[in-house]
Ligand binder design. Structure first.
Ligand code: UTP
Length: 422
């Protein structure tokens, strides 16, 4: 132990993280072991580099931005919709599709204790969790197409146990248990504004999931990709946990992607306000990409196709993607870039007292799934109607809060049941 401690002290000194041993003399032997082993497992070189690089301003002068073509669902005729939908339905009928729900996030903006998927939405007559809403949506597809789609759920070390327990307690929401598989994504230490790692407990360094873009690696690590291939799966639908109107499997979207000979597809919603803080689809140096809101000028946002009313840069990302299994194999080993997010994380202060901040205080480094799309020449982009497909829950006070989500969810369900009765 003494030898290990010496190595750890040297390591921490090298990376100016000596504070991590502040409480070493006060913790138990077991806790000492946990802390020492955790420190030896952390790649300090990498995390310090991520922190340093993220402070440098982005140089976008040599990036050429061009629009990414999109299709508007509203403009498709019924004949077209039926035609493409049938193509997608064949894939579903043939059991060639799987769903991946990315539920490894921290949900710091919502600030709800527990995995975000376990958040109960106050629906009438019964409350429903976000996980239940997703399960019901996939079950609807299963029933319609007489199939049972394999459902993969990405969790993090922080929330995996609670997530799995929640499924057990709720009888897997009537989803066939053997068709659900959980897999855990990678993690990275959280850093404070001075570049210091933080303690979550006197003996534990705070680490959190490293972004939804880790999904490909995590699937590969859990041997899910080979399992999918062996089971004849050809397409994967990727979605998040917090959009209560997400169509997890959409045959039209799938059919359009296949018909257009694309390996990947994303759905977008129209960004109404030019300077709204949402990322939008574009091409960067000719490859499908995303422009962060801080990269978008008013002028770019207002640009239209000449002599038309069609905006070129208003297709907002709504975290609904499909990829062929081949496409996922192509990107599974690629090191996607890291983005820096500023988030609220509780920490143990210098006096050993746990502090829960009321505003963001730490940096989290995250890969984003859409960065993988730049490894393809083109992709399908389908603009859908926000009222039908986009009602996320992000926090309690902004435009995407539980009440707005409930309202949109109820409106959609009511309109749809009226349509079905007709
Ligand atoms: P968000 O960007 O909304 O992040 O994730 P978040 O962590 O859930 O919430 P905040 O930003 O801390 O408030 C979009 C989707 O990506 C998943 C989330 O679970 C959500 O479904 N995600 C995010 C992961 O699966 N892993 C991550 O590391 C981050």
């Amino acid at each position: 132990m003494d030898d290990k401690l010496k190595i750890v002290e040297q390591l921490l000194k090298k990376y100016k993280q000596e504070h991590l041993l502040n409480f070493y003399n006060e913790i138990s032997e077991t806790e000492k072991n946990i802390l020492i082993n955790q420190i030896l497992d952390i790649d300090f070189e990498n995390i310090c580099k991520l922190y340093k690089d993220s402070k440098e301003t982005k140089n976008s002068s040599n990036i050429e931005i061009s629009p990414l073509q999109h299709i508007e669902k509203n403009k498709l005729s019924n004949t077209e919709i039926n035609y493409y939908t049938e193509i997608g339905e064949t894939i579903i009928h043939n059991h060639q599709i799987a769903v991946v729900t990315m539920a490894g996030g921290q949900g710091t903006r919502l600030g709800y204790k527990g995995p975000k998927g376990t958040y109960m939405l106050n629906l009438k007559p019964f409350k429903k969790s976000l996980f239940q809403i997703i399960a019901e949506n996939i079950i609807e597809t299963n029933t319609k197409y007489k199939t049972c789609i394999p459902w993969y759920i990405m969790t993090s070390e922080e929330n995996n146990k609670q997530t799995q327990d929640f499924f057990e307690i709720n009888d897997f929401f009537d989803y066939p248990k053997e068709k659900i598989k959980f897999f855990i994504q990678d993690k990275l230490p959280i850093i404070d504004i001075n570049g210091k790692l933080i303690l979550q407990e006197p003996y534990l360094i705070k680490e959190a999931s490293n972004g939804n873009g880790n999904v490909f690696r995590a699937m590969q690590k859990a041997q899910i990709l080979d399992e999918l291939r062996n089971n004849g799966i050809k397409w994967i639908c990727f979605g998040g946990i917090d959009n209560v109107l997400l169509k997890n499997v959409d045959p039209l979207f799938l059919g359009l992607t296949i018909y257009n000979n694309m390996k990947i597809g994303s759905k977008s919603i129209f960004k109404k306000e030019p300077l709204e803080k949402t990322a939008i689809y574009c091409k960067k140096n000719g490859k499908p990409s995303i422009l962060d809101y801080d990269e978008i000028s008013l002028e770019l946002s207002e640009r239209k196709i000449r002599n038309t009313n069609t905006y070129l840069y208003r297709e907002a990302n709504m975290l609904s993607h499909i990829m062929s299994l081949d496409a996922v194999y192509k990107v599974k080993d690629i090191e996607l870039k890291y983005h820096r997010a500023f988030k609220k994380n509780a920490f143990v202060n210098f006096e050993g007292v746990k502090q829960v901040p009321d505003k963001p205080n730490t940096f989290k480094f995250e890969n984003f799934i859409f960065d993988a799309f730049s490894y393809f020449d083109d992709m399908l982009l389908l603009r859908v109607n926000e009222n039908e497909e986009f009602a996320p829950i992000k926090d309690f006070t902004g435009i995407y809060n539980p009440d707005t989500a409930i309202e949109k969810y109820n409106n959609y369900k009511n309109t749809n049941s009226v349509k079905l009765k007709k």
